[in-house]
Ligand binder design. Structure first.
Ligand code: ZN
Length: 272
């Protein structure tokens, strides 16, 4: 002690080394201790993943506070829900068209860039996803095909997402580059539950394929050249006077909400 005080230079160096050691050990804990799921969607920027409600990781790292034994800076590093948990809530059943079905013949491979939302406009009793799947497999709908049909209970997948369907705009980009989602509207089916399940599926597909929200579009988005009108009123119950408006923006908000759950960093998922 006496020697330390007697030599101001030694005292200063010792103090500095103590401060540096404390800071870096905390930093090591913050980065290395996250564990579990940490990634964002492939190809998606992290610029929109700032923690909310002022719970910034930098201030947390500075304070070193902890709750339930988990440092704040660690809790802030992961999304609030695991993507596969969200997907499990959609209840996807695969029931692919055979390669001999008309809807699959001549289709090519694709890397999806868009998600196109439709509704079946099929009000027949029992026109649920399984019934549509059967019709597609038996080539009862001509050469039409799409990727998923969704109702209040399930989502049935008809095609792998790396194969084109015929659901939007003949040989246009809607068919060439988009995953087609059809929402059921048969009697007795809850439209609100169907919309919610569809929003979850769209959010998961955005995450999986790195598709931004701006490329989740209604069928209306794709002009059908040679048709009158070229822009179809589809999905009609999510459009206003046949065009994207308040209802479509509401659907986009819901998709964003679910996408944020699985991508934006927040504390909930980490401490549960
Ligand atoms: Zn449509």
């Amino acid at each position: 002690m006496g020697r330390l005080l007697a030599n101001p230079l030694i005292f200063a160096v010792t103090l500095t080394s103590l401060l540096v050691t404390g800071c870096s050990s905390h930093r090591t804990l913050s980065v290395g201790g996250a564990g579990g799921y940490r990634g964002g969607p492939v190809g998606m920027p992290y610029s929109n993943s700032a923690p909310r409600n002022g719970e910034g990781s930098s201030s947390a790292a500075g304070s070193g506070e902890s709750r339930k034994g988990v440092p704040v800076s660690v809790r802030a590093l992961v999304p609030r829900k695991a993507p596969l948990v969200l997907l499990s809530e959609v209840r996807v059943h695969k029931d692919y068209l055979p390669k001999s079905a008309r809807g699959r013949k001549g289709q090519s491979s694709m890397r999806p860039r868009y998600i196109t939302i439709h509704s079946t406009q099929n009000w027949s009793k029992g026109a649920d996803p399984w019934r549509h799947s059967l019709a597609l497999k038996r080539s009862k709908l001509g050469s039409l095909s799409w990727h998923y049909t969704i109702d209040q209970s399930v989502a049935v997948q008809h095609l792998p997402t790396n194969i084109t369907g015929r659901h939007a705009d003949f040989n246009g980009p809607g068919n060439k580059y988009s995953i087609g989602l059809e929402m059921c509207e048969h009697k007795g089916n809850s439209l609100s539950k169907t919309i919610d399940r569809t929003a979850k599926l769209a959010a998961y597909l955005m995450y999986k394929h790195g598709i931004p929200l701006s490329k989740v579009v209604p069928h209306y988005h794709w002009p059908r050249h040679g048709m009158n009108p070229p822009h179809k009123n589809c999905p009609h119950f999510l459009l206003d006077n046949g065009r994207p408006g308040r209802r479509w923006r509401g659907f986009q908000s819901r998709v964003k909400y679910y996408h944020d759950l699985i991508t934006v960093q927040g504390p909930s998922y980490a401490i549960r």
